[in-house]
Unconditional design. Sequence first.
Lengths: 111, 113
Amino acid sequence: KNEVEQSPQNLTAQEGEFITINCSYSVGISALHWLQQHPGGGIVSLFMLSSGKKKHGRLIATINIQEKHSSLHITASHPRDSAVYICAALYSGGGADGLTFGKGTHLIIQP
Amino acid sequence: EAQVTQNPRYLITVTGKKLTVTCSQNMNHEYMSWYRQDPGLGLRQIYYSMNVEVTDKGDVPEGYKVSRKEKRNFPLILESPSPNQTSLYFCASSSPSGSRGYTFGSGTRLTVV
């Protein structure tokens, strides 16, 4: 099965720092999702990308199709950004097999 | 409000006692799926459904059943739960190609003793 690799696994930073989380996938995809999971457990969809870059508030997601790589950036990080961030790839062939998930990046932002 | 509703949120049960986790969506999505999340393993797909009466196995289907009799509902059935099915479960729905993103339920934390 196609895989999704995320790094780092764990990240602790100080409030205000610029955060980057990386995601690599193995073969062609139709879309790449970034998800956020807070300590309470619920999963929220942040971005869906098939090319280029998207921005929402302090969050920026980019994807490089040629390099099979995506990044999630957080500018001016805040303790409320502490969560697990999950990259998930929707592989070409449609939704038949659903999403393949990375193992997540556990982010802690300290005040 | 567009949402996926899962119930219950928490469940403790004993080995072998049949249980059902319900999942309902109000977005008229064709595609629905179930995942389990375990420490160190991440999210893994259990079953998915492309539409009413169409279901198929994901990566870890053993010990689970599903049904899709109506478009909005996709229950997960554990006929004879075992302790290795202790996990956090998520239901999700999307449009057929996933092109409009996925909506996840709030999760069900299941403990089998």
